[in-house]
Write a protein that binds this ligand. Structure first.
Ligand SMILES: Nc1ncnc2c1ncn2[C@@H]1O[C@H](COP(=O)(O)OP(=O)(O)OP(=O)(O)O)[C@@H](O)[C@H]1O
Ligand SMILES: [Mg+2]
Length: 352
């Protein structure tokens, strides 16, 4: 089992490398002559610090490297002080420029991740618009037919003598129109699921890590402690990578919302992935506000939302996607507080 936070399993190791490398450069720079500009190698340390994905950390590493360069210069006993000073200046310039560039790269990375998350949200908003138009358009015809045939039936029955034959025909047309309206609703549900356009093999563990990276900014700024438990024997599943990513993102975003609305002292999020050989199970467990009493069968309904700005479509779409993949969704209370949402997917042969 691999444990870690959002794909940053290697974080303590990263800091160990940064510290060890800085220390080695510091010692080498101090014991060698002033003419040898070992301090330039701090540039590598700054570049490695970009992997922490935290601008604050990059800035700290840059500053520490600069201080170490100056301290080395002051401590070095051998060599020509003038070239030593020039080397020290050049090294500081290199460290400064690299830190600046590294920060620019990280800012661009953050912007890219945010844009991706916004895109996922946008596609949902567009889908709702699409659904609304399509429902209104397609249901209006059978509804008009029902109304017209209803009035006709009333007229035929009210005539003297009542025309049972015509009334019966009108009623049959009503039943038929109602059936058509039902079909429309069924088709709209399929549209929401957008039947998997690809049946390619999807590495769910990788997809979880990637999706959590999208939500990373929000998780960090909400001070949520994220843990992942991804079993390493989970096989590939057949499905649409983009749709499955949307489901995971919906569950994670809901969990973040629930945690933000919950107790400030408990902010835990656990995303786990496991398999029993027949299906895979993905679950998102949070310590947030929890499910409203009696709502566990309503939460997946379209337009059910308890949030001020919520549309109530995230879970409805997620359910359609998962069911279109032959799986099932579930929601349950978490103990001692919060909720656990998740889904199962069958393990099948993947076709490209
Ligand atoms: N992790 C959770 N903890 C507690 N309640 C939840 C959780 N996830 C969902 N819910 C409940 O289910 C409702 C429906 O969720 P859903 O994602 O469908 O819509 P939403 O989040 O309100 O809005 P949006 O359409 O923007 O996603 C939520 O409003 C909330 O009441
Ligand atoms: Mg939601």
């Amino acid at each position: 089992m691999k444990l870690g936070a959002a794909g940053r399993i290697e974080k303590p190791l990263l800091w160990l490398v940064i510290t060890a490398l800085s220390a080695a450069i510091f010692v080498a720079d101090t014991v060698t002559d002033l003419e040898i500009a070992f301090a330039v190698l701090y540039v590598a340390v700054v570049l490695i610090s970009v992997r922490t994905a935290r601008p604050g950390a990059v800035m700290l590493v840059g500053a520490v490297c600069a201080v170490l360069t100056v301290v080395s210069y002051l401590l070095t006993r051998f060599g020509d002080p003038e070239s030593g000073l020039a080397n020290c200046g050049l090294s500081l310039l290199a460290i400064g420029a690299t830190t600046y560039m590294a920060l620019r790269i990280e800012a661009a990375n953050i912007a890219a991740r945010q844009a991706q998350a916004e895109l996922a949200h946008m596609s949902r908003v567009m889908l709702v618009g699409e659904l609304g138009t399509s429902i209104a358009h397609e249901v209006s015809q059978p509804l008009a037919a029902i109304a017209a045939n209803g009035s006709a039936a009333i007229r035929w029955l009210g005539a003297s003598p009542p025309n049972d034959g015509e009334a019966r025909l009108a009623l049959e047309r009503i039943v038929e129109a109602a059936g058509r309206a039902g079909d429309v609703v069924g088709r709209v549900r399929n549209l929401a699921a957008r039947t998997p356009s690809s049946q390619g093999p999807v590495d769910m563990a990788e997809l979880v890590q990637e999706t959590l990276a999208l939500a990373q900014g929000e998780i960090r700024s909400s001070q949520i402690a994220l843990r992942t438990e991804l079993a390493d024997d989970v096989p590939m599943v057949a499905g649409d990578r983009v749709q499955l990513q949307q489901v995971i993102l919906n569950l994670v975003v809901n969990a973040i919302d629930a945690i933000k609305a919950g107790r400030a002292d408990e902010r835990d999020l656990l995303v786990s992935l496991s398999t029993d050989g027949e299906k895979i199970t993905l679950s998102v467990r949070d310590s947030g506000v929890g499910l409203a009493p009696g709502s566990s069968d309503k939460v997946f309904d379209a337009f059910y939302s308890t949030k001020p700005g919520g549309m109530g479509v995230g879970l409805a779409i997620s359910r359609s996607i998962v069911e279109a993949h032959g799986g099932a969704v579930y929601a349950a209370p978490n103990y001692p507080n919060g909720a656990v949402f998740g889904f199962t997917l069958p393990i099948r042969e993947a076709k490209d």
